[in-house]
Design a protein around this ligand. Sequence first.
Ligand SMILES: [Zn+2]
Ligand SMILES: [Zn+2]
Length: 354
Amino acid sequence: MATVSFKCKNCGGELLFDPDSQKFHCEYCDSYFTREELGEEPESKTEDPAPRAETVQPEEEFNEGEVVEYTCPSCGAQVIAEASTAATWCYYCHNPVVLSSRLSNKLKPNKVIPFVLDKEQAENAFEQWKKKKWFLKPGFSREARLEKMSGVYYPYWRINCRTQGRISGNAEKIRTWRTGNTEYKETKKYQFVRQGQVELRDITFTAMNRADIDLTQGVYPFDYTKAQDFSMAYLSGFLAERRMTETGDVRPRAQEKIQGYTREKLEDTVKGYNHFSVRDSNCQMMEEHWEYVMLPAWVMTYQYNGETYYYAVNGQTGKTCGRLPLSKARLAALFGVVTAVAFGVFSLIGGLLL
Ligand SMILES: [Zn+2]
Ligand SMILES: [Zn+2]
């Protein structure tokens, strides 16, 4: 398993990506380097006599649950990593290590969005979120204890595409009026057709096939205008997962989503009727462009009442997603309020109709 680590040009210390300065930082001599100053991606150290074997037999790469051994480039220890790990910390010397052969050739990501939030900012986001969720169990904000926290690059598929769509159906315009004691109602019936090309950008799907997928989808969306061409250096100092799916695994679900979006866009143009229903719809893919991207998230676990919960913060925007210990009493109070408001609105409408 080929590995790589990024060394300071001044002192040979390990370089870590620093979200505040968007540069690479040496903690030993406090130097900062830009991506350009790092130069070309360093040669991977490899103990594998046939490092390209992986790309020749990519199917083997996707065996889940399999663990691999690699040599730490800093201390030389033999370390075990999960099959999906792409960047991690050495268990023995705690230096960052990037498993370069899992990010090279066919498995090289196209883009990366570097971390913008640092650890402290992510922790603050968690504290703010605890306070805002008033429907959590009483005492949650005080008692929930942050347990573990890691910055992780997760693998995603990003799709940009153009579709040709067509919808048709029936619509109605209704007019009512009153003269004396008589109420009149006029219904005009229409058939409508809408067709056109729809541009869809930045549709994002996870490229993992594990259970923590929910959480990684809860932190969407990302701002792709800040995406950089992929470099392994960005991963230094973070954990990273590599992709475990191919485009073919994701395409059926992606097409379903894309058809849905196309239909929605066309439906948005059906205006001026009281109601309409779509009878037929179809959608053809004109162009599609897939990219393998690495996106940043801070993932935390916290303890509350003897149970462990997960929480994630978008490492670029600070958007949060958590699994909450909900209090039934407080939720009931929330629904009580909502029901009362809705009831009020309905009776008002009822009053107008009478
Ligand atoms: Zn240094
Ligand atoms: Zn080590």
